[in-house]
Design a protein around this ligand. Structure first.
Ligand code: CAA
Length: 389
């Protein structure tokens, strides 16, 4: 493996860092407190190419690679995890599936507005009674007798960017009797402005408060037949393929927030004095610093490994499921570990809203939950290692 970054990768990292520190970090606390969706920031990020980093230029994106994506994600998350969540949904959960399984017309019509930041995308898989066991969904898409459209009914929950999304990738059952049941699932491109689509209340959350999340409802929603993504029955495979890509982004997001907490802790350990010396002189603080740094660097390597595997797949056709799951598992648990230690190093100040440390701690937690919990990542890794399903 060669980790020397190309000029383009360096450039996107610099651009993301400048934007994140100059324009996101100063307002992150405001958006966290108010829970407002940071629309002006998202629009600017779209103009700069951050909403379609791996999207080819012909579909409005920056046309860069998976390493460029994780570098940018890390920098944005370092300033604000909520903003990076919105970025991650547009780039991975929404666009990746369309770019991988869509027709040229679908890519043109459905990816371009999202990659440019003019519109917001979302991904609708989870339901109130179907979370980790995604194959058990009950949302139904019934093909009309004349075959021109599907009628969709059902409810999806925990939809990131749901309250503001213009377009969504939706998974629904076209064949509820299929066995195994995941083979009865299909994917659809949904325009949220059409009748039959509605949103529930925005969920109040522990962290990533500026990233809006809600339930969405389909009530006799008419989806034109040309908005079927891939083939009927291929939906579960599309959902899982997308999650493989998404999980690398979440790992990079976890790395970003861990670094923010770590760097703040380093500064504090040098400046804060107790018992007549900087607290960094105490071995118990040094042990924390060493463990935080080691896990951060290990996460970075796992993320690069997964991103390189993803790039490799374009030519080999193999999956990078295990690499993505390992990166997400390790980096998200690192984010939790590091932000926890950061609160501890800062003591009372870590618990206070005067500093962003408590926000890092709250924001880090979601990376162990969404796009597959740590338990699901362990299950995926172990099953693939053991060769069982
Ligand atoms: N890529 C492509 N296909 C895959 C795949 C992958 N990574 N993993 C599995 N598949 C295919 C299998 O080949 C199989 O296909 P066939 O039967 O046609 O051969 C099919 O999918 C079923 O595979 P499994 O039997 O392994 O499926 P399972 O029912 O046991 O579930 C699971 C597997 C890994 C637990 C899966 O359900 C899973 O990942 N669950 C977690 C769901 C999740 O991450 N939800 C998060 C929601 S999104 C989110 O958080 C959004 C947000 O707001 C940010």
């Amino acid at each position: 493996m060669d980790f020397k970054l190309s000029d383009e990768q360096e450039m996107i990292r610099e651009a993301a860092r400048d934007f994140a520190q100059g324009e996101i970090a100063p307002v992150a606390e405001h958006y966290d407190q108010s829970g407002e969706f940071p629309l002006p920031i998202i629009r600017k990020m779209g103009e700069m190419g951050f909403m379609g980093i791996e999207t080819p230029e012909e579909y409005g994106g920056a046309g860069l690679d998976a390493i460029a994506y994780v570098l940018a994600m890390e920098e944005i998350a370092k300033a604000d995890v909520a903003t990076s969540t919105i970025m991650s949904v547009n780039n991975s959960l929404y666009s990746h599936g369309i770019l991988t399984f869509g027709t040229d017309e679908q890519k043109q019509a459905w990816v371009t507005p999202i990659a440019s930041g003019r519109e917001i995308g979302a991904y609708a898989l989870t339901e109130p009674m179907s979370g980790s066991d995604a194959g058990t969904m009950s949302t139904r898409a019934e093909r009309s007798a004349d075959g021109t459209h599907y009628v969709i009914n059902g409810r999806k929950s925990w939809i990131t960017s749901g309250p503001v999304a213009h377009r969504l990738v939706l998974f629904a059952k076209t064949d509820p009797d299929a066995q195994p049941q995941h083979r009865g699932i299909s994917a659809f491109l949904i325009d949220a402005r059409l009748p039959g689509f509605s949103t529930g209340k925005t969920e109040p959350k522990l962290g990533i408060r500026a990233s809006a999340t809600c339930e969405i409802m389909f009530d006799d929603y008419k989806c034109p037949a040309e908005n079927l993504l891939g083939r009927e029955g291929e939906g579960f495979k599309i959902a899982m393929t997308v999650l493989d890509a998404g999980r690398i982004g979440i790992a990079a997001q976890a790395l970003g927030v861990a670094e923010a907490a770590y760097e703040a802790s380093l500064r504090y350990a040098r400046e804060r004095e107790a018992f007549g010396q900087p607290i960094g002189a105490f071995q118990m603080i040094q042990q924390k610093i060493a463990d935080m740094k080691s896990r951060i660097e290990a996460s970075r390597l796992l993320i690069y490994q997964a991103a390189l595997a993803k790039m490799e797949v374009k030519s080999s056709g193999n999956r990078y499921t295990t690499e993505a799951a390992i990166a997400k598992l390790f980096a998200s648990e690192t984010a939790m570990f590091v932000t926890h230690q950061a609160v501890q190093i800062h003591g009372g100040m870590g618990y206070s809203k005067e500093l962003p440390i408590e926000r890092y701690f709250r924001d880090a937690k979601i990376t162990e939950i969404y796009e597959g919990t740590s338990e699901i990542q362990r299950m995926v890794i172990a099953r693939n290692e053991l060769g069982i399903r």
